[in-house]
Design a protein around this ligand. Structure first.
Ligand code: GLA
Length: 391
């Protein structure tokens, strides 16, 4: 039994003086290719991480939800289910907003949910672009689904997790993170079509390993540049539609069409849109290369994706650029790039399984020399999505 699972169950039993009725594991995710395209209805290639949020929960009496979050200093909070209202958008986001937001989303969709007691903890780095918040949302959705006999399927959980981010937290994010946390398949990447929400698991070649390298730089995403990027994509579509009337999102624009129409966009929107159009094409091409087992070619696309996020979408920072470029130079590295929204957080390195230790050592040394910081580095295989179990 995993250590985290055991410690969460123990924390629950100590605090609530009873055994939990349900235990849930919901993973974080890395995204190998397809960044900032989910909200443009494009294609993405994420995988769940072995690092996950563990949650132990049981129904409780009264109206109140009691939650113990051992990863946080102010790690205990309660709220009533009787009067949940939208969050004050000006207030800073706290960890309790995620479970409370999940409860609000469930009620807003008409679900009757029971009050619960819960304890949770995880080893997904927080606020680092590897979806710790999606993991918390999906974990609570799975727990409420089980305890309230709601029978939510994985797609409904992904959509409710996204709704929590969009409507409660205030981040206009796409569906990739919650979808990956809910649907991932061990040893596979998920090729997800963010318009139809259909997906195909594609095996990650055995010889590959994924390293996650945390720059240690944190940026608040809500109310930030993320929402600005999303608006810029919509603005680009508005202008392009005058000449390409069939399009509803940037996903509908092929690289060839874009080449002919790009001059109609102001320079900033042109850069943003070019990233999205080419990133969509990269994902489809990358999926094909993976099906053929051509990891080297796939790795090159990962590198191109970083360069595009850096130069066209402008969501990188010098620490991430440095880590990625250092990784590219190492023997056994297929590709490396920032993962998630950017502005801080992590890079992922796709590498030969035997090369990860040497690559990690070199990254530690080089990063410490240039930025006087030690990056937290961990390896992960592609893991399975959310799982609910009896304790
Ligand atoms: C965050 C969002 C996702 C996605 C990525 C960027 O992780 O939650 O929906 O937009 O950024 O690809």
């Amino acid at each position: 039994m995993s250590e985290l699972r055991a410690s969460v169950v123990t924390a629950f039993e100590r605090r609530f003086e009873r055994a939990p009725e349900v235990v849930v594991r919901a993973p974080g995710r890395v995204n190998l290719l397809g960044e900032h395209v989910d909200y443009n209805e494009g294609w993405v290639l994420p995988a769940a991480t072995e690092q996950a949020v563990w949650l132990a929960a049981a129904r409780s009496a009264g109206d109140d939800v009691h939650i113990l979050a051992s990863d946080f200093i102010d790690g205990e909070a309660a709220f009533s289910l009787a009067d949940l209202a939208p969050r004050d958008a000006q207030a800073p986001v706290s960890w309790i907003d995620y479970p409370r937001g999940v409860a609000w989303s469930l009620q807003d969709e008409g679900h009757e949910i029971p009050p619960i007691s819960a304890a949770f903890a995880g080893d997904v780095p927080i606020g680092a672009g590897v979806s710790s918040s999606a993991a918390v949302e999906v974990a609570f959705l799975a727990a409420w689904s089980a305890l309230g006999k709601l029978d939510l399927d994985r797609l409904v959980m992904a959509k409710l997790g996204q709704k929590t981010e969009n409507r409660y937290i205030g981040l206009a994010s796409g569906i990739m993170d919650q979808f990956a946390s809910a649907h991932s398949v061990a040893e596979h990447l998920l090729l997800l079509d963010c318009r139809s929400l259909t997906y195909e698991p594609i095996p990650l070649p055995q010889a590959c390993a994924i390293l996650v390298v945390d720059s240690g730089i944190r940026r608040e995403l809500a109310g930030s540049e993320y929402n600005v990027r999303r608006r810029q994509c919509d603005e680009a579509v508005e202008i392009l539609r005058e000449h390409l009337p069939h399009i509803t999102t940037l996903r509908d624009v092929t690289p060839e069409q874009f080449e002919l129409a790009a001059h109609r966009l102001p320079i900033l929107l042109r850069r943003r849109a070019q990233h999205v159009v080419e990133e969509c094409a990269r994902v489809l091409q990358g999926a094909e290369q993976l099906r053929r087992g051509d990891v080297e070619a796939f790795g090159r696309l990962i590198r191109h994706s970083h360069i595009s996020l850096r130069d066209l979408y402008e969501v990188s920072i010098s620490e991430l650029d440095f880590l990625a470029a250092t990784a590219w130079q190492q023997a056994g590295c297929y590709g490396a790039r920032l993962t998630g929204a950017g502005f801080g957080g992590c890079i992922i390195v796709l590498a030969e399984a035997g090369a990860t230790e040497a690559i990690a050592a070199r990254l530690r040394e080089a990063y410490a020399q240039s930025f006087s910081r030690t990056p937290r580095i961990f390896a992960t295989r592609a893991a399975a999505g959310v799982k609910e179990m009896t304790p």
